[in-house]
Design a protein around this ligand. Structure first.
Ligand code: IMP
Ligand code: MG
Length: 342
């Protein structure tokens, strides 16, 4: 179903190891569609980059749809809040009046951050982002975590996120559930133990927010035109640093500043990710990095022959449509094919 004027509930999920460009895709949808509610899941280990109006935002907790002033911005019950980062980002984005946190979201404390850094197993062996997210989740599993409702400063923002979201869905309004990281960093389906502390797949995104599977119209899976990974763990087809640099694929991580490891687009991983997430559409980002002649193009017909071949190969092999194609860093640098293909 097309999300533009028809009204849908869409889950945005990462197809590889995170950093596929979910922030950019969500920000485009926010500008283009009439998004009533956008919910961010996950936590501050994930940085979603949004380039909008000549500014770059590196969002770690506020939904990437913030630029639509009519959107209500929510943080789900399954999320983990770093209180300082929350206040910093509502200031940066000017969204104080539109933000809500589920009262059961849990809190990252200083001790969790310390446990995730230094010489710890998490830091040294797994190569975590050091944000305290895994230890905060462990605390929650031990039933000793502080929740958003226990923090007086958060009181003005508290809400029942599941209630708000399900009411909007009931009314037929547009809702976006923004996942974080990628399928292969999932605690359940990823490359364990080299994974993050939670399930990152579409079903888990719904569960964190409190939306049942029958309410979802579309699962939009985001693939970058090549694969990157930060931290330890397997990366099939990994290129040498020199080769990645030669191809212009070297990136720096949003949260930690580490160099991302890189590999070519991987059909086997993509197929599995589509299966696990029940994906219905693909957003393919950064095609302009693999095919520089495509930078900034907004019209599919104007893409180079090689770029079109790549997109057709993806559709032939993966059997679901590529409905959005990212051609540059700005929120609007997208070829939107939803009208034609859905
Ligand atoms: P943690 O999520 O900080 O516990 O880190 C566990 C693993 O997931 C490490 O390999 C991190 O580099 C990776 N990771 C966590 N969040 C992100 C993300 O947003 N993008 C890419 N990798 C991530
Ligand atoms: Mg990222």
């Amino acid at each position: 179903m097309y999300g533009g004027n028809d009204l849908t509930t869409t889950v945005i999920v990462g197809g590889f190891f995170g950093d596929e460009g979910k922030g950019k895709v969500v920000s485009y949808l926010a500008l283009k569609d009439n998004v009533k509610i956008a919910v961010r899941t996950g936590s501050v280990n994930a940085g979603h980059t949004v380039n909008w109006n000549g500014k770059t935002y590196k969002l770690r907790i506020i939904p990437s749809a913030f630029m639509n002033e009519d959107s209500r911005l929510l943080i789900g019950a399954g999320a983990n809040i770093n209180v300082n980062i929350f206040f910093k980002e509502i200031r940066e984005t000017g969204t104080e009046k539109r933000v809500g946190i589920d009262e059961q979201a849990s809190i990252i404390e200083e001790k969790h951050i310390l446990e995730d850094r230094g010489n710890s197993y998490l830091s040294k062996t797994i190569g975590t982002t050091g944000q305290g997210v895994g230890p905060a989740i462990a605390e929650r599993v031990r039933r000793k975590a502080k929740l958003a409702r226990d923090i007086p400063e958060l009181n003005p923002y508290l809400t029942d996120v599941a209630g708000e979201v399900n009411e909007a869905i009931e009314k037929g309004e547009n809702v976006i559930l923004e996942g974080t990281q990628g399928t292969f960093l999932s605690l359940y389906h990823g490359t364990y133990p080299y994974v993050t502390g939670r399930d990152t797949t579409a079903a888990a995104i719904c569960s964190e927010v409190g939306v049942g599977p029958t309410k979802i119209d579309d699962v939009l899976i985001v693939f970058k035109s090549y694969v990157t990974r930060v931290g330890a763990g397997p990366l099939p087809g990994e290129l040498s640093l020199e080769e990645a640099e030669r191809r212009g694929w070297l990136e720096k991580a949003t949260v930690t500043g580490r160099i991302r490891r890189a590999a070519p687009f991987n059909y086997e991983l993509a197929r599995k990710a589509i299966m696990i997430n029940g994906a219905t559409q693909i957003a393919l980002t950064k095609i302009d990095i693999v095919f520089p002649e495509c930078k900034g193009i907004k019209d599919y017909d104007k893409l180079s022959l090689n770029a079109k071949k790549f997109i057709e190969e993806i559709e032939n092999k993966l059997k679901i449509p590529v409905t959005m194609i990212g051609t540059g860093p700005e929120a609007e640098n997208i070829i939107d094919l939803r009208r034609e293909k859905i």
